[in-house]
Design a protein around this ligand. Structure first.
Ligand SMILES: C[S@@+](CC[C@H](N)C(=O)[O-])C[C@H]1O[C@@H](n2cnc3c(N)ncnc32)[C@H](O)[C@@H]1O
Length: 272
């Protein structure tokens, strides 16, 4: 169900009356390559707010999300899978506002200790309502895997940060079929999660649709185009960093923080 977030206040179950999502949008086809940085002050301004929202996005990663949208055309549609309390959604909202576009946030608000379920949804609504760009965000309260099969709206920017197992990632990657050529695909926990990285090795390394560009921590930027051999080798070049991260996770589970510190990871949280 689509819910308009610009109707401030408590979460509403009313279907939104805004323009239908099936309206096609046409944007300039640009190859992103290395994203041109947005003005540093623009990002700093939105990050001031985003950083008050709990979540897993670092400032460096927020900047990559922001910069990757700097070439979007008017009316661009940014699709986010996995919004949680809205930390990344707010950053994408700033990108959308600049081009009179919109952010479609897909999240079923999974119950449980890790993601928090309904209370998280309430915080998401409050955080977006209090953000500088509530009017550009729309919520699809659904699993990405359930929303995708009937999806028809073209998208210009894809951000994947939902469930991190191989099967879900492989399905989430299929959203790129709705993405314009040259559009950015950003994947969080790309080289820090076993499920996500195995999915990348299985479906991207040998695929023909997504080319790896670069990463900020575990947030990786791919572009929808045919990858060169060099692009594929760049994915393999990240494997030592992935193995280090998996090793750190094992050490953290074993409560061996002194050893993780020796490896340069001075945090009780998993690397991301
Ligand atoms: C790591 S959090 C996202 C963090 C968020 N991007 C941020 O910046 O803070 C993962 C989110 O994905 C959601 N999620 C889990 N499975 C999902 C799925 N299949 N489709 C969409 N969202 C999913 C969870 O409810 C949770 O809110």
């Amino acid at each position: 169900m689509m819910i308009p977030l610009h109707l401030r206040g408590a979460p509403s179950e009313t279907p939104h009356p805004l323009r239908p999502l099936t309206t096609p949008r046409y944007c300039a086809l640009v190859t992103i390559g290395r994203p041109s940085p947005t003005h540093p002050e623009d990002f700093a301004e939105v990050w001031k707010y985003a950083d008050t929202i709990p979540g897993w996005l670092t400032e460096e990663q927020g900047r990559l999300l922001h910069d990757s949208g700097s070439d979007l055309g008017p009316g661009a549609v940014l699709l986010e899978i996995g919004s949680h309390q809205g930390r990344s959604t707010v950053v994408l909202g700033d990108v959308a506002r600049r081009v009179d576009g919109e952010v479609i946030a897909v999240d079923p608000f999974v119950e449980g200790r890790l993601f928090g379920g309904t209370p998280t949804k309430t915080k998401f609504f409050a955080n977006i309502a209090g953000s500088p760009t509530p009017e550009v965000v729309r919520l699809v309260e659904e699993y990405s895997t359930k929303a995708r099969p009937g999806w028809t709206t073209p998208i210009d920017y894809l951000y994947i940060d939902g469930k991190h197992d191989v099967w879900t990632l492989s399905d989430d990657l299929k959203w790129h079929e709705h993405l314009r050529s040259g559009g950015p695909v950003l994947i969080h926990d790309c080289y820090s999660s076993i499920g996500v990285t195995l999915g990348i090795l299985l479906y991207v390394l040998f695929g023909n649709d997504l080319a790896y560009e670069r990463r900020a921590g575990s947030l990786a930027l791919f572009v929808k185009r045919r990858p060169s051999l060099r692009d594929r080798l760049r994915i393999l070049g990240e494997m030592p960093w992935w193995i280090r991260n998996v090793f750190l996770k094992v050490l953290l589970r074993l409560r061996l923080r002194p050893i993780t510190r020796l490896l340069g990871h001075d945090s009780p949280y998993d690397p991301y």
